[in-house]
Write a protein that binds this ligand. Structure first.
Ligand SMILES: Cc1cc2nc3c(=O)[nH]c(=O)nc-3n(C[C@H](O)[C@H](O)[C@H](O)COP(=O)(O)OP(=O)(O)OC[C@H]3O[C@@H](n4cnc5c(N)ncnc54)[C@H](O)[C@@H]3O)c2cc1C
Length: 405
């Protein structure tokens, strides 16, 4: 059978693209190599409710609401009030399953345990070689995740994330970020809660053995917990049974941090979406919103291209995504470069400098478009002199980019 569209990859970006194409009545087949949608889950599930609304997802399971976030380096911690940003930790597996349901209710077929081995554009069609034979379509969506851009061997960081329970050091309403350029160069360690004493704990960084660093991080948290319970302040959080935290799931996956990889449209009828197109945020690696929107915008452009029989209309996807995120990603790539060139002491000085402005940052910050807030933090009086001294000409380009806002 000739499909209008075949999507390779049944995760958030591919499924949203499938939903949008099928919504307009075109035939869509989603190929997913794994046996279950949403599994294995390689995500912390942190997302804003505005983002979910923009993605057209009206049903999701909130595990916990985020009230504040802390960022620590050396001996300094700043706390950001996150209440206004309406950020939640969701069940990512259930989210992907819900989008699969939306796509399938619009008429998309989903084939599990079906790996696309290769594909080739021939004449007016794309032929996809799968374990179940050759399948054909008019437009192919490549949503295979960040292994696609990462196959170039650069632009990504190794990461490890464990789901833990019985961990009293996980606070239900607080996301924690730990910067340490020696242990996690160019990234950080994180705790994303999913409830009291439960959550996803991870690390990522350039050239590190992520599993080893994560086990070290968890060991340190457990040790601090032991020390504070030996100091016994009389409090009992109901979890301090003296045992170790329980690791329920381990995930090792690359995080793409190099920004969008153009062109999104290849060979006229192959459309890359989501992490496969480098659409995860270079600052945090978050991609539910930005990669998901890649799927939504691509799906709608594909439906138009099919309806008007004009492949040129596919380019509306690339321009639409860049209209929404282009400037934001440009700044995030620059922020990443700045961040990578700072050592722990310089970052600590910046955090100390902006401490007094935390109220304003909490009010004006936007979780989904955070580069401007981050840039403002760097450009606080003390931050400015530190960054300027370290970056020279790079810094001038950074300022010029900000001035375009
Ligand atoms: C440790 C970690 C934590 C994260 N935490 C967050 C977070 O808290 N918030 C957030 O917003 N983002 C987070 N992200 C990023 C987010 O998970 C991704 O940006 C998002 O999942 C990208 O979606 P995608 O559909 O583009 O690709 P993916 O989710 O990577 O999906 C690709 C799909 O393609 C399938 N596939 C691959 N090759 C083939 C093939 N040949 N044939 C058939 N199927 C194939 C895979 O099985 C998979 O289902 C995190 C990422 C990591 C690694």
């Amino acid at each position: 059978m000739l499909y209008d569209t075949i999507v390779i990859g049944g995760s958030i970006a591919g499924l949203l693209a499938a939903r949008e194409v099928a919504r307009k009545g075109f035939s869509v087949l989603v190929l997913e190599e794994d046996a279950e949608i949403g599994t294995p889950e390689h995500c912390g599930g942190l997302v804003s409710r505005n983002a979910l609304k923009a993605l057209g997802i009206d049903e999701y399971t909130i595990l916990t609401r985020i009230k504040h976030a802390t960022v620590s380096v050396l001996n300094t911690t700043i706390s950001i009030d996150a209440e206004r940003q309406d950020v939640v930790a969701i069940d990512r597996r259930a989210l992907d399953k819900y989008v699969a349901k939306q796509a399938s209710m619009n008429g998309a077929d989903i084939m599990l345990m079906c790996r696309a081995r290769s594909f080739a554009v021939k004449d007016e069609q794309v032929k996809v070689d799968t374990g179940r034979g050759i399948m054909e379509c008019r437009v192919l969506v490549d949503a295979r995740g960040c292994s696609i851009p990462a196959s170039s061997g650069k632009g990504f960081l190794p990461s490890a994330q464990y789901e833990v329970d019985h961990a009293p050091w996980v606070d239900a309403g607080r996301v924690e970020v730990y910067i340490d350029q020696d242990r996690y160069p160019g990234f950080f360690a994180w705790i994303i809660p999913s409830g009291k004493g439960r959550g996803r704990v991870g690390v990522s960084g350039k050239g590190i053995n992520a599993m080893e660093r994560l086990e070290g991080f968890i060991g340190m948290k457990e040790m601090l917990r032991d020390c504070s319970s030996n100091g016994d302040d009389g409090s009992d959080d109901g979890n301090s049974s003296g045992g170790r935290c329980v690791v329920l799931r381990k995930v090792f996956a690359p995080i793409w941090v190099d920004g969008p990889q153009r062109p999104f449209i290849r060979e006229r009828r192959v459309v890359r979406v989501g992490d496969a197109a480098g659409q995860a945020k270079p600052t945090t690696g978050g991609g539910i919103y930005t990669s998901g929107m890649g799927g939504v915008i691509a799906g709608s452009a594909i439906a138009d291209a099919l309806e008007y029989n004009s492949l040129d209309m596919l380019h509306r996807y690339e321009s639409g995504w860049f209209d929404l995120f282009g400037r934001e990603f440009e700044r995030m790539v620059m922020l990443r470069r700045v961040f990578e060139s700072l050592d722990n002491k310089a970052i600590e000085r910046i955090l100390l400098a902006i401490r007094s402005e935390m109220d304003e940052i909490s009010v004006s910050g936007d979780f989904d478009f955070h580069s401007f807030t981050m840039a403002k933090m760097l450009l606080s009086r003390d931050g400015l002199s530190i960054v300027k001294a370290m970056l020279g000409s790079e810094f001038r380009r950074f300022l010029a980019n900000l001035a375009k806002i």
